[in-house]
Ligand binder design. Sequence first.
Ligand code: ADP
Ligand code: MG
Length: 401
Amino acid sequence: MRLDPRAMRYLTAEDFRVLAAVETGSRNHEVVPTPLIVQLSGLRGGSGVHKCISTLAKNNLIAREKNVKYDGYRLTYGGFDYLALNTYQKQKAVYSVGNRIGVGKESDIVVVAGPDGTQRILKIHRLGRISFRSVKKNRDYLGRRSTGSWMYMSRLAAIKEFTFMKALHQHGFPVPEPISQNRHTIVMSLVDAFPLHQIATVADPASLYADLMALILRLARYGLIHGDFNEFNILIKEEPVSGSKDKDGQEEEVRLVPVIIDFPQMVSIDHPNAEFYFDRDVECIKRYFQRRYHFTSDEPGPFFSEAKEAFLKNPGKRLDVEVEASGFSRKMAKELEKYMKELGVDGDRGGERDDLDDDDESEEEVEEGEGENDGNANESEGRDVNDTAEKLEDLRVSASS
Ligand code: ADP
Ligand code: MG
């Protein structure tokens, strides 16, 4: 689904209270009975609440369920997005919303602006959005609270990504600056760079290759394996090499500096499949450099055994342990991993990509007008991020009171 922020500014504080009531009710009701919504909203006078309910339903933020014994509503993806946006707006983390620049299988990437107009990135996790086939297959496992589990698991993915990004950022890793996290979303700084897969030629592939392998090893020394280290999740900044000026005084040489993104698949170096993930990350880069830049390194490896040895002999601070302490527990990690496995989620890898031209759209999606599916996993839409400034949709809402 596409985030459409236009209704944000027309919603009142009461509308948001009722929306939040539906969210609360969703924790233990797949369909939240209307009387419960009234009660949870804490608003006096039922008629006011009913008016809010109808506004929310009209804007597809909640959806009426007719085929149940009782009359009720469930929160839609759009409603969940709005609750997060409303929180960011109050925190002053997001002032306006611009274009969607990326759509992956499990996320939407949207340009937003902060208080001073600086552009930021809003990443909305949508775990389970695409792989409905697998969701249906796994209905038993997911139980009858599929709305609840979608919301919960997407939130776990956001918490995981934010917690790792924060730890990496604090330890000087080249990652976006984490700004805020709410529900299934995070806000981070925008990296003004192209992903590696859009870079057709590299002047010195050996040096970029060495930098990337060094990054994999440095992560391992801090106890981490990225798990989805590939040309879509590496952004390449061009930094001028100081002192290299041509005769007109223009900076001549540029250095390619990688920035890593996309952390929901990160694992600890102690993970039972750590070696598999490590090797896969290394292989991915090797293969890409051969195929795209016709570059093959003379050096074998790096190998997991070396990485592990270096880690044991001279560990960096253990970030895998640090994130557990700072809000992403081992239990959460296990739950998320299990769910992603059930859904067949495997990062930017091609395996499940056929699900994108899904002939098997969920009824839920169609009902909410969310069936739109661009089929371009990881392709950017209107990649020029600087273009989006004028198109930012102001969020200023009456509900901010
Ligand atoms: P997914 O989990 O769907 O793969 P990513 O976090 O990898 O999501 O983001 C998808 C794409 O969005 C990236 O390949 C990149 O082009 C763009 N993107 C994501 N985060 C940023 C950022 N902080 N700055 C600039 N572009 C970004
Ligand atoms: Mg990605």
